[in-house]
Write a protein that binds this ligand. Structure first.
Ligand code: ARG
Length: 466
C-alpha cells in the first residue's frame, strides 16, 4: 500500500482529483537511481553526525542496495498512490528496512533540496551524452569538408547567388556553431556543479550534517552557498534548456540547407538510402525526413525552453510546487536530442554531393560582380565608382540574357572608359572565373582553399581537445 510523506496534521487523505494532479512519478521516476545515490550519501552523513549507529548505517546501505536491485530489475515500481519518485522510494525502503530503520533516513533533508540536487545530477550526466553526440555531428561535417576538397558552390545571401564559396567552407560554417554548443555545455557544467543537498526545505538543516561530503559523493565539487537559492533557483535548468534549444536551432539551420539542396531543382546533394524515407503512395519518393524531423523538433525544443522560462518568471522564493514543472521540459529536450543527433550525424556522414553541378552554378547569377569591383579597386578606381561600374556590367549582361564573362572586351572598355584604357579594361577577365574568385578571398576566415585548409586544421585541433 502507498504511504504519504506528510499527513500528521491532516484528518483525511488527498482527494482522488488532487492525487491525480499532484502525481509526478510518470515522469520523475527516471530520477530514481540518482535519488538512491543521494540517499546513500545522506545516510553516511547521518552516520557521521551520530544519527545512525555503525550497525544501522550498515543495514541502511544494504537496504538501499536491495532497493536499487529491485528498481533495476523492475521488481519495484511506483504505484498509483505514490506522489513522486521520492515518495515511491521511501515506500520501497520501508518495505525492505522496516519502519524503524527506514524511517530514519528522511531526517535533515527535504524533497526540496533532494529534487534540486537530482535534476542537476541527471542533467549533468545527459549533458555529456548530448555533448558527445553534438561533437559527432561536428566531426561528420569536418569529414565531409575534407572530402569536398576544392569543390565550389554558389554562396548565397538572402538565398540569392552572392559570391562563389568552397563547399567545404559552407559545411564548416555549420561546424563552428555546433562546437560553441559543445563548449556551452562544458561552461554550463561549471555552474551546475554545486550541490543543493543539505539546504533542507529552504533554510538549511539543524542536524550537523556535512553537505560538502554529500555533494562530493554525488559528483559535485562544491555546495550551493545559500539554501534558499539552492532549493528554489532553476536557472541552471533553464540554461541547460537554452543550450538544448540552441543545438536544435543549429541543427535545424543545416537541415533547411540540406532539404533545399536535396530538391530536384537544386540537386546538389543525395541522401543515403539508409537515411531517407519513402512514400506510402508515391513509389518514386525519397524524402529527407531526418532533416525535416530535426527542423520540426527544433520548434519543440524552443517551446520547452519558453514554457520553462514562463514557469519560473513569477515565482517568489523559496520552493513552490510550480517547480515540479521544470522536469518534463528538459526531459523532453534530452529525449529528443538523444535520438535526433545520432540519426543526424549518420545522414551528414553519408550524403554525397554533385560537385560538378555545384561548380557549374557557382559563378552564375552574376556572382562574380564583387570580383569585378575589387579588381577595379586594385586598378586604383575608388570603390564607390567600382561598385557602379560593376553594376553597369551586370545590367548590360542581364539585358542581353548573358553572364558577365560573355561581355566583350569592347563592352568592358566602354563601361570602364572614364577610369581605364581599353587594354587595361580587358584585363578584368582574369578575375571572371570561380577559381580566381575563391582564391582571391584569402584573408583569415575566407573561402580560399588555403584558408579553408587552415580552418579545418584548427577545427580538428579543437575537436581533439574536447
Ligand atoms: N516532486 C516535487 C518536485 O518535483 C518535489 C516535492 C516537493 N514537494 C513539496 N511539497 N515540497 O519539485
Amino acid at each position: 500500500t502507498s504511504i504519504a510523506l506528510w499527513g500528521g496534521r491532516f484528518s483525511s487523505g488527498p482527494s482522488p482529483e488532487l492525487a491525480r494532479l499532484s502525481k509526478s512519478t510518470q515522469f520523475d521516476w527516471r530520477l530514481a537511481d540518482d535519488d538512491i545515490a543521494g540517499s546513500r550519501a545522506h545516510a553516511r552523513a547521518l552516520g557521521r553526525a551520530g544519527l545512525l549507529t555503525a550497525e544501522e548505517l550498515d543495514r541502511m546501505e544494504s537496504a538501499l542496495d536491495e532497493l536499487q536491485r529491485r528498481v533495476d530489475s523492475g521488481a519495484f515500481v511506483p504505484i498509483e498512490g505514490d506522489e513522486d519518485e521520492a515518495t515511491a522510494l521511501e515506500r520501497g525502503l520501508l518495505e525492505i528496512a522496516g519502519d524503524e530503520l527506514g524511517g530514519k533516513l528522511r531526517a535533515g533533508r527535504s524533497r526540496n533540496d533532494q529534487i534540486a540536487a537530482l535534476i542537476r545530477m541527471w542533467l549533468r550526466r545527459h549533458a555529456r551524452t548530448i555533448a558527445a553526440a553534438t561533437l559527432d555531428v561536428a566531426a561528420a561535417l569536418v569529414e565531409q569538408a575534407e572530402a569536398a576538397g576544392h569543390a565550389v558552390m554558389p554562396g548565397r545571401t538572402h538565398m540569392q547567388h552572392a559570391q562563389p564559396v568552397l563547399l567545404a567552407h559552407q559545411l564548416m560554417a555549420h561546424f563552428w556553431p555546433l562546437m560553441r554548443d559543445v563548449s556551452r555545455l562544458a561552461d554550463w557544467d561549471v555552474r551546475a556543479d554545486a550541490s543543493p543537498y543539505g539546504s533542507g526545505a529552504l533554510a538549511g538543516n539543524t542536524l550537523g550534517l556535512d553537505p560538502d561530503a554529500v555533494g562530493r559523493e554525488l559528483g559535485f565539487s562544491r555546495v550551493t552557498s545559500n539554501s534558499i537559492d539552492g532549493t528554489s533557483s532553476r536557472d541552471v535548468v533553464a540554461e541547460f534548456s537554452f543550450i538544448a534549444a540552441m543545438i536544435g536551432v543549429d541543427i535545424s539551420r543545416l537541415s533547411e540547407e540540406i532539404i533545399i539542396w536535396n530538391t530536384q531543382e537544386f540537386a546538389f546533394v543525395t541522401l543515403d538510402d539508409a537515411y531517407s524515407t519513402g512514400s506510402s503512395i508515391m513509389p518514386q519518393k525519397k524524402n529527407p525526413d531526418i532533416a525535416e524531423l530535426a527542423r520540426g523538433k527544433a520548434g519543440r525544443l524552443i517551446g520547452d525552453l519558453s514554457g520553462l522560462m514562463a514557469t519560473l518568471k513569477g515565482l517568489p522564493t523559496a520552493y513552490a510546487r510550480d517547480l515540479q514543472e521544470d522536469k518534463e521540459a528538459v526531459f523532453d529536450q534530452v529525449d529528443a536530442l538523444e535520438v535526433l543527433l545520432p540519426a543526424f550525424s549518420g545522414m551528414v556522414r553519408t550524403m554525397t554531393f554533385d560537385t560538378e553541378r555545384m561548380e557549374k552554378e557557382a559563378p552564375t547569377g552574376f556572382a562574380l560582380a564583387t570580383d569585378i569591383a575589387e579588381w577595379l579597386v586594385r586598378n586604383a578606381v575608388p570603390f564607390r565608382h567600382a561598385h557602379e561600374l560593376s553594376g553597369a556590367c551586370v545590367k548590360l549582361a542581364e539585358q542581353r540574357g548573358q553572364e558577365l564573362w560573355d561581355l566583350s572586351d569592347a563592352d568592358f572598355a566602354n563601361i570602364f572608359h572614364d577610369f581605364l584604357d581599353a587594354q587595361t579594361a580587358a584585363g578584368v577577365r582574369e578575375v571572371l572565373s570561380t577559381e580566381g574568385s575563391v582564391n582571391a578571398r584569402n584573408g583569415k576566415g575566407g573561402t580560399s582553399p588555403a584558408r579553408v585548409r587552415e580552418q579545418i586544421i584548427t577545427a580538428k585541433g579543437k575537436m581533439a581537445k574536447m
